[in-house]
Design a protein around this ligand. Sequence first.
Ligand code: O2Y
Ligand code: MN
Length: 596
Amino acid sequence: MTKNKRLIDWVNQWANLFEPDNIHWCDGTEQENQRILDDMVASGVAVKLNEEKKPNSYYFQTDPSDVARVENRTFICSKTKEDAGHTNNWVAPDIMKETMRKIYKGAMKGRTMYVIPFSMGPYGSDKSYIGVEITDSPYVVVHMKIMTRMGKRALDILGENGEFIPCIHSIGVPLKEGEKDVKWPCRPIEEKYICQFPETKEIWAYGSGYGGNALLGKKCFALRIASVLGKEEGWLAEHMLILGITNLKGEKKYIAAAFPSACGKTNLAMLIPTTPGWKVETVGDDIAWMKFGEDGRLWAINPENGFFGVVPQTSMDTNPNAFVSIQKNTLYTNVGLTPDKDVWWEGIGWDCPEGTLDWKNKVYDKNSGEPCAQSNSRFTAPIAQCPVADKAFEDPIGVPISAILFGGRRQSTIPLVYEANNWNHGVMIGSVIGSEITSAVIGLKEGELRHDPFAMKPFCGYNMGDYFQHWVNIGKDADQDKLPKIFCVNWFRKEEGKWLWPGYGENSRVLAYIFDRCNSEDIAQDSPIGKIPKDGAINIEGLDPKNVDIKAAMKIDKEEWGREIQTIDSFYSEFGERFPMELKQELNKLKDRFKQ
Ligand code: O2Y
Ligand code: MN
């Protein structure tokens, strides 16, 4: 398969520790994928869905303890605790490696060790990186086949001397001779480990077979390790969607956007504009890698090849493009399984068929008060299947970014849209985004703001204060006229319990305003918080006045902002020494503007 000595030695060294029964080098072919899926169906790990209803699609149920990313078991193992920063869990690399070598010893006995070569980003792009994941989970293999560009071509790019990001994964459940496997082998939560080693750019994971914990190309590599590569090499690895937007005249621009979870990121990436004649196309729904081009602009690629989206509430009403994307060649995890081997979930748009099995494999009882589909149940589908997939998604050069959006779920204070006065002001906006929590968890009161800077809190592979500084530095060295403009958006503002903006496709009206601002149209005016639309600059023609109050949605309330500034002050004070003075200055400027 390969003449890359470093890779061969590395695989052999891990095989010696893991002691698998077999080693399988993945070539990425359809035949290989089909064989692995057929084996999983034969052993009861997967169900082949009804070929007429969901062609070439498969269904999985996980162990009830293995349903989501485990942030409390995710570690940044930098040499010093300071380098990981207070937003990350930290264990020293040698200590973590000692612990993990012990649990890795013999962990693949009775199983096959798969070697998955993959490219994050289009093959051959100067923005792409090669990784190799070792795993004992066939579920991971078939998901990596969709989520990354996987197989022999990645090895060809590596050649004899190429470098790769080493990604190690074991579910941690060896089999004794003759022992029957369970459907979803994994370790209990407190025994799971998701470790990133930023200095050596390694990923070691153990105990979970699910999503971000096990598909190591995604959050571990494309965000945590890539954020470190970006800092070292002068680029940005971000938790951002990328969309292309075309106006009535056929002019096209690209926008990247970061939101904390549950703000409708996938919906925005696939939005169907209500603004006549405008078009939105999807480059990516989750991750953006952005590097400066020779022309001084920031160019972005989506390093992924698939969507790993939340299923519940996905329907022809909420997100038709996502819904169409997942009608074939799709892997479903933890949704309901109907008697005719189709899938069902809450919010799909029709009643649950009698006899449907819930995600725990029990006949679903509508009156149980429990959901049929687990709340973090997922679809995995190729981006190419999206009806509005942007052709440039395959372009190795990427797309030039004109605007960066930051947002959160905020009932008050933050207007529908405003624009940063300059790059550093935009960095400040990104650094303080967050959502108000809807139920009291982890010591916060309902309605209290949970900060999620740049939507990167769980995904930054190093000290978050240094990350802010990196963003500042990116702007410092750039041609200011060529940098993307930065905006803050808030679709979720309410007054007396009523939404002030209709959201969904109507958000295209805000995107149209942003588009025109990127052409420097004179449609914005100064305010204490930044540039806001002049009266009438956001087109609300045709909207039902019952569903929109643009004045209230755009209101800047001095008292609310007084509280906001206090919150920012106290949030910034968490960072101690490793915090850019440029952001302190921006905060002071914001305070001053309110005094004028
Ligand atoms: O729970 C998981 O393992 C998936 S988390 C995820 C998946 C796709 C896109 N984004 C996320 C996220 O947590 O941001
Ligand atoms: Mn995400």
